[in-house]
Write a protein that binds this ligand. Structure first.
Ligand SMILES: NC(=O)c1ccc[n+]([C@@H]2O[C@H](COP(=O)([O-])OP(=O)(O)OC[C@H]3O[C@@H](n4cnc5c(N)ncnc54)[C@H](OP(=O)(O)O)[C@@H]3O)[C@@H](O)[C@H]2O)c1
Length: 335
């Protein structure tokens, strides 16, 4: 049998045609992917929005104690993929204006707009401020202090609204708490603030009373997550049952011993995680917890963003049995 080989010029033409067809196919696939996936910006930089993932698992980038490095680190965090940022109008521990510089610089570079980023700050009563560096007029009554603090925060963060405004800690009397809360509610009424919350509130009765009396209910409780307060079990359950986000801080530092055990190392490794990202993943898997990460390391930022993205892609990271196991290792009385 004689096989007829195509002449070489014809073969050349055939190969070129196939190459053009393959190129056109991949180009079309790429275009369809970009059009259907708002996460991808034209420049190829991932630029998803806080709105898109607000109901999914996410970490919040914490900005305390970063001083002169705040703007650079916030910018780096946003460029790495963090979209939720926490700060406070409390110059003793936070450079709020640095947060404003950092997020706007990154947003400009990535082509993000205001509502792609979620910004939370706090009103810190006088007892939590450095008396020599109070960001509002300390001679004013507490409601006026809160109003002034909000104006300072909006200016520092370069925004005309906040996604979340949190009372940093309950004032001494419940009456003062409600006085501040009413100012926070006014800010929701005028849409200068979308959500309000409270931090360092470890007494379930106070939190429940606030919830009952509030015209605008708390959307956020930001507390230390640690054994000494039994991991806030009744408070966390109240949050879970009332659609309130529980934001954990000291998540890694207060649980350092448990995270250093070989057992957690093995569990984390099996999921391609570090003990730290395993801890964050465990808490995010509960569905109502948003841990704060204040990392200053680029490598840790990348690991944190990677675990968030895995969970946002609805990867079933933890079974209930695995959740219960981790809760036991930490010493949590209940999940
Ligand atoms: N409401 C309040 O009163 C209050 C109080 C304290 C804090 N906060 C908020 O919570 C934020 C977080 O503070 P935090 O006290 O929980 O601790 P943190 O600042 O998040 O510290 C975490 C520690 O763990 C280390 N780490 C190791 N692996 C990590 C990983 N994969 N991701 C992140 N960190 C990793 C970090 O080191 P590297 O830097 O080397 O990564 C750092 O030393 C603050 O910035 C602030 O916004 C609020």
């Amino acid at each position: 049998m004689v096989t007829v080989k195509p002449p070489s010029a014809y073969r050349h033409k055939l190969v070129t045609h196939y190459l053009i067809l393959a190129f056109a196919f991949f180009f079309l696939c790429g275009t369809v992917f970009i059009v259907n996936n708002p996460s991808s910006s034209a420049a190829g930089v991932r630029a998803y929005s806080a709105k898109e993932v607000s109901s999914k698992a996410h970490l919040i980038y914490g900005t305390a104690w970063k001083k002169g490095e705040t703007a650079r680190l916030v910018s780096e965090a946003v460029k790495t993929g963090f979209r939720f940022i926490d700060t406070a109008c409390q110059p003793k521990h936070y450079d709020e204006a640095g947060v404003g510089k950092g997020w706007t610089a990154a947003a400009q570079e990535l082509g993000l707009s205001r509502d792609d980023i979620w910004l939370q700050t706090k009103f810190t009563p006088l007892s939590g401020q450095d008396p020599f560096n109070v960001p509002y007029n300390k001679k004013l009554p507490i409601d006026q202090q809160a109003r002034e603090s909000l104006e300072v925060s909006l200016k520092n963060l370069k925004v005309d609204y906040l996604d979340s405004w949190v009372l940093h800690s309950p004032p001494e009397s419940f009456e003062d708490l409600m006085t501040v809360w009413k100012v926070m509610e006014e800010a929701v009424d005028t849409q200068r603030v979308l959500h309000i919350g409270i931090s360092n509130c470890y007494d379930i009765d106070t939190f429940r009373l606030l919830y009952q009396q509030a015209r605008h209910k708390p959307s956020v409780l930001q507390n230390r997550f640690r054994a000494e307060t039994e991991f806030d079990t009744p408070l966390r359950h109240f949050c879970r049952d009332h659609g309130i986000k529980y934001q954990s801080f000291w998540t890694l530092t207060a649980n350092i011993k448990a995270l250093a055990t070989p057992e957690v190392e093995v569990l984390a490794k099996a999921k391609g995680l570090t003990p730290q990202t395993y801890m964050y993943a465990f808490l995010m898997s509960l569905g109502y917890v948003n841990p704060l990460s204040g990392t200053t390391s680029q490598a840790h930022m990348m690991e944190d963003v990677a675990v968030m993205e895995r969970m946002q892609g609805r990867e079933p990271m933890f079974t209930e049995k695995e959740q219960r196991h981790m809760a036991k290792i930490l010493g949590m009385p209940k999940l």
